[in-house]
Design a protein around this ligand. Structure first.
Ligand SMILES: [Ca+2]
Ligand SMILES: [Ca+2]
Length: 96
């Protein structure tokens, strides 16, 4: 049995899933970590007008140990950052 916080809507959960699978698809060398180029590719797929800027901000927010890659443990923070930017229209951005 899984309990969700009341504030988490099904839509938001669906968006988290979409962003997660987007990032996993951008891990082109399959090392389980996201480099700056890989994150930038994800922002391009999200139709970001400033993928370089978004990538920089995303690493500031999510790369807690400062090693220049987003590991599995840091992925949640990265997803949070993307949701901060695009919550409510993730699906729209990915389908167009
Ligand atoms: Ca990688
Ligand atoms: Ca890191």
């Amino acid at each position: 049995m899984v309990f969700f916080k009341k504030s988490v809507s099904p839509t938001l959960l669906a968006e988290r899933e979409q962003i997660l699978s987007l990032f996993k698809g951008c891990d082109v060398n399959n090392d389980g970590k996201l480099s700056k180029d890989e994150v930038k590719a994800a922002f391009r797929k999200l139709k970001s007008r400033f993928p370089g800027f978004r990538t920089k901000r995303a690493f500031k927010a999510a790369d807690k140990n400062g090693d220049g890659v987003i590991s599995e443990a840091e992925l949640d923070e990265l997803v949070d950052y993307v949701l901060d930017c695009y919550e409510g229209n993730v699906a729209l951005r990915l389908t167009k």
